[in-house]
Design a protein around this ligand. Sequence first.
Ligand SMILES: [Zn+2]
Length: 266
Amino acid sequence: MTIPYEQFPLSAFCSLLSAPLPLSSRSMTSIDVLAIAAHRDDVELTCGGTLLRALEFGKCTAIIDLTQGETGTRGSAELRAEEASRAAEILGVSARINMGLPDAGIVNTPETRAQLAVAIRRFAPRVVIAPSPHGRHPDHRVTAELVRDACFIAGLRKIEPSVPAHRPLKVVHCITFREDNMKPTFVVDVSSVFERKMEAVRAYASQFEGATQAGEVYPNGESLFDIVRHQAAHYGSLIPTRYGEPFYTVETMRVDDVASLQVSTF
Ligand SMILES: [Zn+2]
């Protein structure tokens, strides 16, 4: 269900039927978790399981892809659009839009910040998932900063005043595949949805069939699908569970009931 940016509806894309909260406590126009990435397939690889878990908790999710993948070595932008649409269905997101920024040419400027801020306002998310602050692909690295800045700008009423201001509560960075990051702040247990995440990854046949490398995935001879599984198993082992997706946040995580802490020391 890829929705062209221009036609993106302002309301009624949340499945309120699956929401565990009373209607009065939810906004008709807001979603809970918005994943923003440079390229189609980035979300599936780095946080697809987390979006599926959010769905399990009755949350409403959406994706913004910044580029159309026109400079990708494999496939074409048109084919990637079809694959992204199929993957969005598998992930159960309420909407997926594409900003049409230049592939391999994303820049963080007042213009791109304002453009992305308008899209963020329309989704009015509580939590935004951004790429890792580090990345060998410059689009990934720049997108991490652009997303943070756009989330802040989205709260400034005088920037693009035609769309009501909304600043997300929180930005988290998905750090799968990077070994030069800090330790994850937290790992999401995606064991129950991992095979479905892999189904979403496999929707990108033009990108990944027979591939041993993609994006931030360093080649080691294994198929890409095996690398994704092994990385998820590694991060799962940290919390410990079968499969996990790691995240980093600048802010300290809060705990209320210290007796409810999980993950054994021994
Ligand atoms: Zn990418």
